[in-house]
Design a protein around this ligand. Structure first.
Ligand code: PLP
Length: 648
């Protein structure tokens, strides 16, 4: 638990059970009655032939988060004697997956949209829910505006939020054309600045929102058109994952006064939409890093309500309904990406690794032969031989007392070996021997175990190749170095012995995860993992990726969308798989780049037949090729585990 700081980022939803497995408590209970063992879930998926990687989604976690947010606002409202209520809307861009959005709508949340396609989803999903709240942000053309205005006739409280001053004339014209009075909001460009990763939406130079002058001109123009009674909402959003509560307090003060001034200028108002920004604790440090937050949901709700109370009392304005567009804080915890490690150096059964395995044996033949060939001849004129003999000495004399020096020498000698190879002064075999000696030094260093100074463990992490694409499943880890908690899902009562970096399946050197939460909350370049066991899978989970990642993820190297499984805890360790949304097949991904599945196959069949006719390919080989090709087109884009893998 402490090693991965699980309690810090995962409570109350994730814990370790007595079997050393990670388990989920979807309803946020601490007694474990609704506990689901992740390994039992993986067993069940494997039995159904469902391949990893897979996203496990727990709607009960979403419900718990929604109830928490509502509960925090209710407490704050009761505590301060605030006169109006709270309403949540979920920003579709955080995760537009159909079933996930249904959870929000069925719970009674509204939706926030920022584009025409998102509006299409929202109009349809909210149309049967009389009075549902729809916040319409983003750039708006005339069709967008028209649809929002018409939506009010469906009984949806569809608020058209002016983000650019140019939108005002479109809204006025549309309302006059259709003879419908729209619900208008304005998005304020606050001067309060948030300095985190996602702070570009804040401050005077923000891309969205109206300046103070523009807001005043909107009031004048609407008054001129006799439409000021349509202005009902003030919105702001200063960026996602606000790590400091002081920024929230400051933004709320500025926004609350702006709201009150609009009311004083004669707009009926009634709603303030405080946007998103409510952050979560990615590294469990409780506010001690930029990946964390120095407040909780209750502090947030208290500050929002208190700022509004103060301003409204001071200016004698009626308190507004509070709307929030939290996405990250609501949906991040509900998805877990499960993937497996395919291999690590020393764990593949190829001849090269056998060569290295020999080296780890005390009575090892290679070293003996080095000793015979080189150590006896330190004065050798041959550069390669001289290097190897020196390397051998480093290896043979390494001890705890000279560990730093020996390790530095080993690194330097290995580099020199590759330079000599480039100059043609080292044979391929000699270069391999230098690598073997380097590995030997590393293994000796690791052999000192707990006596080893900490820096050493981190100075040569092992590359664990994993069955996933970072670009598809955790794009923010690559694009903006965001930290996501990653940890094994089993063997958690066994001490990890390897410091690993995770490489993905893409042929891209950026396709790796090498930023993790260290045991003391510090950022670490490697993750403590277990050594792999022969023919046994090793499963990892990447957590808190329930927002943005699925949509920002791309098909780099043509790795497709992954399987998604919706799960529910039934109590006493039981669970139900409600449904599975299959990931993309290779054929589907190829279709996304305009390759016709059928044309590709047809061309290959034609060419294979001519090769058979020309005697270059046997009929049997041609049939195998076509069958394989067809099977690949219809199957998952990720690595298929060998069928003899021993699943639990
Ligand atoms: N509302 C708007 C206008 C946004 O741009 C965003 C995302 O940045 C959100 C809401 C959701 O923010 P968060 O995920 O921080 O809750």
């Amino acid at each position: 638990d402490a090693l991965y700081r699980l309690h810090g980022w995962g409570a109350p939803y994730f814990a370790i059970n007595v079997a050393g497995h990670l388990c989920v408590r979807p309803s946020g209970g601490t007694e474990g009655r609704d506990e689901v063992d992740m390994m039992a879930v993986i067993d069940s998926l494997t039995a159904q032939q469902l391949q990893l990687p897979v996203i496990l989604r727990f709607p009960d976690i979403l419900h718990h988060r929604m109830r928490e947010l509502q509960g925090c606002f209710s407490s704050a409202i009761a505590k301060f004697g605030y006169q109006r209520h709270f309403e949540g809307v979920f920003p579709i861009k955080c995760n537009p997956e159909c079933h996930l959005l249904d959870q929000f709508v069925e719970f009674g949340f509204g939706l926030e949209v920022g584009s025409k396609p998102e509006l299409l989803i929202a109009l349809s999903k909210l149309s049967s829910r009389d009075g549902a709240l729809l916040i319409c942000n983003g750039y708006k053309d005339s069709v967008y505006v028209e649809n929002v205005v018409l939506a009010t006739r469906l009984g949806i409280r569809a608020v058209i939020v002016l983000e650019q001053i140019e939108e005002l004339e479109e809204v006025v014209a549309c309302s006059q054309r259709l003879g419908i009075r729209p619900i208008i909001g304005v998005r304020a460009k606050l001067s309060t600045k948030h300095n985190g990763h996602w702070g570009e939406t804040s401050g005077d130079k923000a891309k969205f929102g109206l300046t103070v002058t523009q807001i005043v001109s909107v009031v004048y123009r609407l008054r001129q058109e006799g439409m000021l009674d349509c202005l009902k909402l003030l919105h702001f959003h200063i960026g996602s994952q606000i790590s400091s509560i002081l920024v929230i307090k400051e933004a709320m003060r500025e926004a609350s006064h702006t709201y009150c001034e609009l009311a004083r200028m004669g707009a009926p108002m009634g709603y303030i939409d405080v946007g998103g920004g409510l952050g979560i604790d990615y590294d469990g440090s409780k506010g001690h890093s930029s990946a964390s937050v120095n407040y909780n949901m209750q502090n947030y709700a208290n500050d929002v309500v208190a700022a509004l109370m103060d301003a409204c009392l001071l200016k004698g304005v009626a308190e507004p309904v509070i709307v929030s567009e939290s996405g990250r804080a609501l949906a991040s915890h509900s998805s877990v990406l499960v993937f497996d490690v395919l291999h690590a150096p020393h764990h593949t059964k190829n001849p090269a690794s056998a060569f290295l395995d020999n080296v780890s044996e005390a009575e090892d033949l290679h070293l003996d032969s080095f000793r015979n060939d080189y150590a006896s001849n330190p004065q050798s004129q041959d550069a390669g031989e001289y290097l190897l003999s020196t390397f051998y000495q480093v290896c043979a004399t390494l001890e705890l007392g000279n560990i730093q020096e020996a390790f530095n020498d080993a690194k330097q000698l290995r580099q020199e070996a590759s330079s000599l190879f480039r100059l043609g002064c080292l044979s391929l075999e000699q270069r391999a021997q230098a690598d073997v000696l380097y590995e030997k030094v590393c293994q000796q260093v690791l052999g000192f175990g707990s006596r080893l100074p900490k820096e050493f463990k981190l100075s040569f992490p092992t590359l664990y190749t994993c069955n996933l694409s970072v670009f598809r499943s955790a794009p923010d880890s690559w694009a903006i170095s965001q930290i996501f908690p990653v940890m094994p899902l089993h063997r958690l009562n066994e001490k990890p012995t390897v410091q690993a970096i995770l490489a993905d399946l893409t042929c891209d050197s950026d396709g790796k995860i090498d930023r993790f939460i260290g045991p003391s909350g510090e950022m670490s370049r490697a993750l403590a993992l277990h050594s792999l066991q022969e023919a046994k899978p090793y499963h990892l989970g990447l957590f808190l990726g329930g927002v943005y990642q699925e949509m920002l993820g791309s098909a780099h190297n043509l790795f497709g969308g992954v399987n998604i499984v919706y799960l529910r805890a039934l109590g006493d360790g039981d669970f139900a798989i409600d449904f599975v949304l299959p990931g993309q097949t290779a054929g589907e991904v190829l279709g996304g780049t305009h390759h016709s599945h059928a044309d590709l196959l047809k061309e290959l069949v034609t060419q294979s037949s001519s090769s058979v006719a020309a005697g270059k390919l046997s009929q049997k080989e041609a049939s195998l090729l076509i069958a394989n090709y067809q099977r690949c087109l219809d199957s998952y884009t990720y690595f298929s585990m060998p069928s003899d893998f021993l699943y639990h």
